[in-house]
Design a protein around this ligand. Sequence first.
Ligand code: ZN
Ligand code: ZN
Length: 103
Amino acid sequence: MGHHQGAPMPAGIRHGFRARAHPARSVPCPHEPCHARAHQACIVRVNGRTLAKLHPSRIAAWAASIACCPECQVTPGTPCHVNGQQMAGVHPRRIQEAQVTLA
Ligand SMILES: [Zn+2]
Ligand SMILES: [Zn+2]
């Protein structure tokens, strides 16, 4: 009579992130007329197709929400500014900063 030792297979091991979604997907897209909701892919409104990448303004909005800007020294949640004027986007270094913050 063999002693059966049922080594349980570790259940529930998933393959982690499939396509490594961009962290900026966690915020809604401010791009006109995309306005993808949080955790949804950006879309092209004219044909309804989803984009593989996110709109740059969405990445900027995400970076602004989580990172300080090394360029204009603002805190998370505050838009970038140049010469006292609010920028439309963010400084590129702030996006790098946001990516470093997550890593
Ligand atoms: Zn978008
Ligand atoms: Zn800035």
